[in-house]
Design a protein around this ligand. Sequence first.
Ligand SMILES: O=P(O)(O)O[C@@H]1C[C@H](O)[C@@H](CO)O1
Length: 304
Amino acid sequence: MADSQRCGRYSYEDYELTAQWLLSRTEHRPKVAIVCGSGLGDLATQLCDANVFHYRDIPNFLETTVPGHAGRLLFGLLSGEVCVCMQGRVHAYEGHSMEQITYPVRVFKLMGIETLILTNAAGGLNPDYKAGDIMLVRDHINLPGLMGLNPLVGPNDERLGVRFPCLSDTYDPALRRACSRVAAQLGVTELVHEGVLCMQTGPCYETVAESRLLRAFGADAVGMSTLPEAVCAYHCGLRVLALTLITNMAVCNYRSEERTNHAEVLHTSSMRAVALQTLVSAVVGQLGQFHRGGGGGGAAAAID
Ligand SMILES: O=P(O)(O)O[C@@H]1C[C@H](O)[C@@H](CO)O1
C-alpha cells in the first residue's frame, strides 16, 4: 500500500497480518471481543477451552506496564459464546499514541468480531454514585480527542470506516437496553447507572478544580481509557458496549482528605470483579442468540 494510504503509523496490511497471525494459532472464531480494565482481568480466566497469547508475542501488540493489566489475549468460550478477551490494555500515558492503543480494535474487526465490550475503572463525579457502582456508558466526552488526540486523525482508509463518523450512537442503544435488563434479572439494578464517561489522558488523577469542571461539563465519571477504543470500534462498524466500574469518587471538595490512588482503584475492582464479571457473562450469553440469527439491523431487533 502507498504510504499516503497508510492509516498513520499502521497500514491495513499490518492489522490484517496480526489478525491472520492470531487466527492461524487458534481454532476459535469469536464474534465478541472484551477488554478488561484495571483489576478486572479475572473475567478472562472464566473463558473455557482457552488459547492464551502474551501481548509481547503478538505482532504489533504493546506490552502492558500497569499493575492490574496482565497483558494476555485469551480466546475461549464465555456463556457458550466464543470470545476473545484482552486481559489488560495499554494507555496513552504509558507513552503510546492513540493509534497504538487502539491497534487491537482494528485487528478484532479483521478477525470477524461484531461486538466489542469495553470495561474500565474510573472516578465517580456524579454525587449520586458511590465507589463500587457500575456505569453503563451512554455517551462520552473525549477530552484528548477534542484537543486533537483523536485516534482517527491521519489518512483515512475507507476499508476501515468513513472519514467523518457521527458519534451520536457510539454506545449501542440496544446493547445498553439488554445490559440493563440483564442487571435487573441479576438483581443488581441499584448498582447500575447510565452515564457520561469523560476521558483525560492521565497519569495524574484530577485536581479538585478539574473534577468540578468535568462535573459541570456533564460528565458522570472520569477515566484514562476506553474512549479511543470506542471511537475506533464504532468507526469500523463494531457494536460497542462500555461498562465503567466506579472505583473511587473523584475529589470535588477542598475539605476532603480523600486522595485517589491506584491501590484503591485495584482494591475496589477486586471487590466488584465478580459482580461485573457476572453482568458481562450474562450479556455475552444474550449476544450468542443474535449473532447466530444474523448481523446488522436483525441483530438489534433480536436483543430488543
Ligand atoms: O484501564 P483502566 O482505564 O481501567 O485503568 C484505570 C485508569 C488508569 O490506568 C488507572 C488509574 O488507577 O486505572
